[in-house]
Write a protein that binds this ligand. Sequence first.
Ligand SMILES: [Zn+2]
Ligand SMILES: [Zn+2]
Length: 599
Amino acid sequence: MVNALVLFLCMSNKEIAKLLENVATAYTIKNEKKFRFQIIAYLKASETIAELNGELSEYYKEEKLDQLPGIGPTIQSHLIELFKKKKVKHFTWVLKGIPKSIFVLTDIPSFGPKKAFKLVSFFKLNNPKTVIDELEKVAKRGKIANLEGFGEKSQQDILRAIAEFREGKGKTTRMVLPYAFEIAQKVMDYLKQEKTIERVEALGSLRRRVSTIGDIDFAVATKNPKKVIEHFTNYPYKERIIEKGEVSASILISGGRQIDLLIQPLESFGSLLQHFTGSKNHNVHLREYALKKGLSLSEYGIKNLKSKSKSLQKYSSEEDFYKALSLQWITPELREDQGEIETAVKNKLPKLVELTDIKGDFHIHSNFPIEPSHDLGKDSMEEMLEKARQLNYEYLGFSEHNPSTSKHTSKEIYDLLKKRDEKIEQFKSVNKYVRIFKLLEVDILPSGDLAIDNKSLELLDAAIISIHSVFTMGKDEMTQRVLKGLSHKKAKILAHPTGRLLNDRYGYDLDFEKVFEFCKKHNKALEINSWPQRLDLPDTIIKQAVENNVNLVIDSDSHAVSQMELQKYGVFMARRGWATKNDILNTMSYNEIIDWFND
Ligand SMILES: [Zn+2]
Ligand SMILES: [Zn+2]
């Protein structure tokens, strides 16, 4: 079973580029002046490799390293040594004495070698696994501001950079989950055409439904690896084959995304799945837990270290793998080392919410000509109601943006809403399948007032309120703004509460402790918005909301019929935040929702 390993031992362009960058970082820390030419050479080589079309290992095999622009003979010879021996004497010498945690920090945008070195040595942050968390802690305690050459502002910048880095805004961007999910679905459908495939599953962050994804990996169970590899590497949308082994292969698809395939026989498929689903933190914790029982875990199975033979027990299913460790099976969404192992020991894992629990959607933009402040939907109310029927929804809430306040008087706004009312009433009389709520997505003005007046708001069953302007307010001011908006009796749901856009903007800061308290006291709900680039609330905040018994709703924020199916991504986020059916209000019946709106 060498091949699965080979795939992971063979360094990718990204990893090699990072290694060369680390060498430049080490030179900079040691003596920037003395090594200035080396620093430039290594950074240039690193950049060339990161942007290379094709695998560096191929260039090596074909003895074409000298054809690469920006890589001189010295670095070429080091690369040859790297491919031959998996390490380079010279690199080891340069990197000696530099804490590894520095190279973790230099991955965060705005962290240069010197800044990273200064922080790591002053606060003694020598553990690469915890350096980011530790740094965040000292920044939150206000300790960086006092450091020479830093200050209050750079302390805030560091906190923001860490937060953004965690969201995937590293030096390479990741795909948002819905995009990766669609690519994976296509590949999966294609793989299933090969009849010798017994099982196929996505691995890694995709299987855990993380909001952003790097590479896409699959595990396959089959008796005929050769046939499967042949089929996989013939994927019609591939750009080229990166590697084709006996039980593993990698291809590049259009758009530059890499897809890896790992194969094992069905009898050890469960162990393979468990091992490569991660997260790293979950697996590290699981291994420690197993070792205490005298068990050693790997992608091939479990070894009992206490038994004489130390023979390997294989597992075809993950359920059996976890069972062998006396644990409840842990759904992939929970595998983040956030207490799931401790909870599984006690057999107390929650029954998480499922897509089929969802009875409706409150956040729908139709094309009704309401002359809104922001974008209008693309499809008609009829079409969206028909889709709701297909989705087996009990109810649907129309929540177009409020009519533009700069272009209309209060009276005109009222009249527009009145017209929409009449249209909705018509539907109510003929549409027997799906009940309708008269909602509206209303802007919260910087003052905290809602964008339309009470007379117009009275026409609604409830208002979904949201921030669409002036994001730059400080945390306290923004929290006041949101709470003032939510205190209106018609305001029931706070839409996309952090305002983040994945790979784009961080959003605004809110004091969630205060927001939670307010929502609980006044029976308001926070939205989990399923829009691909939002996925807002983020899973970590959902978990806190659930722990604080705050009500949540899952909405698609659809502007077209096809988008109504995005709800599944909101459900994934909810599950990652440990939410059960009881935490999500749109699992309730129509009458229960009416009661909540009137509360
Ligand atoms: Zn919005
Ligand atoms: Zn919206």
